[in-house]
Design a protein around this ligand. Structure first.
Ligand code: ASP
Length: 333
């Protein structure tokens, strides 16, 4: 079989950093699995990115917890969640996949497993993230939380933190409020042998209820890969993806014949038709067919996909945006 043209797709502007670290692996004939892991590690290791790995914003109690997963196929996948002492959830998830028969490890158990596998514990909360948390905790605006059943809501991080270096690296509409209290690095890749892999890693929603776990570590919610049908990875308000099994749904639509563009758009439409949508909600979804065709869709504007192939190294807006403006009645573009 002739070599396949490799491709790597990552969420958000920081996906470009992820892609540039992972692309040499794909170019050298390395595996899609190694590439997606390297992409996530690169973002996890950047303390200026406040939604992934060390430097991520903490939960309401001031502690950072990380989630992530990795997937090659329904037979080969795993995730870890509520990891509070280790910085590389995707690498730990890969070990769960390779060393156990389990699919998800959580909390203390995931940390004990990490330690036994030789991962080094680290303090995930940086001084900068602690400062933002203090500002959030002292900001009366957070008391607008009644509609969230009394719990302090995820707030507009931008309002309380001011512009940081990381903000200045983002495109203008990526800092819109609905894009700001969360962001996952989600990656899909195909290597020169035609193997697909996906991974995602996040510190989850800023100032979440302690113990909250989102879509990112859960197979079928934040990521799904089936080499027979395609792959999907998501970012945004995890609860919306969890209520609809968002990535599994997108891949099943492709299995039934939908193009990557239709699958991504229909998965977003399902969310809109099934869930209560609040102003600060955002979802971005990337879909990839086994032949390398890909697309994306988002609930609102601002979502970006970083793509790297032999011919391109781009950052593109979502192909379809459900709510391009604040008008909730506006249809898909
Ligand atoms: N999906 C992640 C979560 O809900 C965060 C994000 O991607 O924005 O935990």
């Amino acid at each position: 079989m002739p070599p396949v043209r490799p491709i790597i797709l990552s969420t958000w502007s920081f996906g470009r950093i992820a892609n540039s670290a992972a692309w040499p692996i794909l170019c050298a004939g390395g595996s899609a699995l190694d590439a997606v892991e390297r992409a996530c590690i690169t973002v996890e290791d950047d303390p200026t990115i406040d939604s992934v790995g060390r430097g991520g914003l903490p939960d309401a109690s001031g502690r950072v917890s990380l989630d992530g997963c990795v997937m090659l196929s329904p037979k080969r996948c795993a995730g870890v969640c509520f990891v509070r002492r280790f910085n590389h959830p995707v690498s730990i998830a890969r070990r769960v996949m390779e060393q156990t028969h389990h699919v998800l490890l959580a909390g203390d158990g995931a940390e004990a497993f990490s330690e036994a596998q030789g991962f080094a514990p680290v303090e995930l909360l940086t001084d900068e993230a602690r400062d933002v948390w203090h500002k959030w905790r002292n900001d009366p605006a957070q008391l607008r939380g009644e509609r969230y059943r009394g719990w302090l809501p995820p707030c507009n991080v931008e309002e309380v933190s001011g512009m940081s270096d990381n903000r200045q690296r983002l495109a203008a509409d990526e800092v819109l409020p609905h894009n700001r209290s969360h962001d996952t690095i989600g990656v899909l890749a195909i290597d020169t042998r035609g193997a697909m892999a996906g991974a995602c890693s996040t510190s989850g929603m800023a100032f979440k209820v302690p113990g909250r776990v989102g879509d990112s570590p859960i197979i079928g919610h934040g990521l799904y890969v089936d080499p027979q049908a395609g792959a999907a990875v998501a970012t945004g308000t995890g609860e919306l993806l969890m209520r609809t099994c968002g990535c599994f749904l997108a891949v099943e639509l492709m299995r039934q014949g939908a193009s990557p563009a239709d699958a991504a758009r229909q998965a977003i439409e399902r969310i809109v038709n099934s869930c209560d949508i609040f102003d600060n909600h955002q979802v971005g979804l990337i879909t990839l067919a086994p032949d390398g065709a890909w697309s994306s869709a988002a609930l609102r504007s601002g979502f970006r996909v970083a793509v790297c192939t032999n011919d391109a190294d781009d950052l593109t807006p979502a192909a379809a945006v459900h709510l391009p403006s604040s008008d909730p009645a506006e249809p898909l573009l």
